[in-house]
Write a protein that binds this ligand. Structure first.
Ligand code: NAP
Length: 248
């Protein structure tokens, strides 16, 4: 069945892969991004080639008006929402907590926790059958860091993703009776640009060989889990946190 979905941070990386896999199913995708319009336009073109529909929507997930506008734009273009992927997230350069300043801590928690909570709230308002929605599926992007702690690298990021695991558990219980499933995917070392943004472009390649599967994961391998959780094939799955981490 064709679906209308919105993915935050879909211009690059895991969000982009999920958008393309959704496109291959013939779904319609709101492709949110922060600033890289060229990458978002490329994703939109690729979703269309794959067989879906897509529009690019600029908007910072930390900005409430922008979050509301990205949901509005998706629904105006394609109709009522079926699913939401809470994907946009950031890291900062590796550091011990003792060396982190308040600006960094605020940026990480504002984006990865407040931004993601704000987006989940908006998805709940749009999808809940109690509020006039069709019901549907929310997929949150956590991280293996939530259970590993990321010592000396980014305990701030790890904690922000712990909050996403807890959001997933609580919201799944709130929204289950309202027709909405809420799950999380917890990726391990995945080969995307996020590691360069944390100052270590080869981090996934270097550490990936130490995982039980002996390599980093690909964005598509995470995207497959996301699209499955959005799809009706996972209709009895809610409150689940799925590790896609090569056994790490
Ligand atoms: P990425 O390659 O760095 O891509 C990040 C995406 O998020 C881009 O599309 C970016 O838009 C967008 N974005 C960043 N800040 C935003 C904001 N404030 N508002 C809206 N969009 C924003 O990241 P990724 O590796 O695909 O990661 C996706 C998710 O998976 C994140 O939540 C991350 O924490 C999680 N994750 C990743 C890994 C990994 O190894 N890659 C592991 C565990 C968890 P622009 O293109 O406009 O900058």
């Amino acid at each position: 069945m064709s679906k209308v979905i919105l993915i935050t941070g879909a211009s690059r990386g895991i969000g982009r892969s999920a958008a393309l896999l959704a496109g291959a199913r013939g779904w319609s995708v709101g492709v949110n991004y922060a600033s890289n319009a060229a990458a978002a336009d490329e994703t939109v073109a690729a979703v269309r080639v794959a067989g879906g529909k897509a529009i690019a929507i600029q908007g910072d997930i930390c900005d409430e008006a922008a979050v509301i506008a990205m949901f509005d734009a998706t629904q105006e273009a394609f109709g009522p929402l079926d699913g939401f992927v809470n994907n946009a997230g950031i890291v900062a350069p590796g550091s011990a907590l003792a060396d982190m300043d308040i600006a960094r801590l605020k940026r990480i928690f504002d984006t990865n926790v407040l931004g993601a909570y704000l987006c989940a709230r908006e998805a709940a308002r749009r999808l809940s059958t109690k509020r006039g929605g069709k019901g549907g599926s929310i997929v949150n992007l956590s991280s293996a860091a939530a259970r590993l702690g990321a010592p000396n690298e980014y305990v701030d990021y790890a904690g922000s993703k712990g909050a996403i695991d807890t959001l997933t558990l609580g919201l799944s219980k709130e929204l289950g009776p309202q027709g909405v499933r809420v799950n999380a995917v917890r990726p391990g070392l995945i080969d995307t640009d996020i590691h360069a943004s944390g100052g270590k472009p080869d981090r996934a390649a270097v550490l990936g060989v130490q995982t039980p599967l002996g390599r980093p994961g690909t964005a598509d391998e995470v995207g497959e889990s996301i699209v499955w959780l959005l799809s009706d094939a996972s209709s009895y799955v809610t409150g689940a946190i799925i590790d896609v981490a090569g056994g790490r």
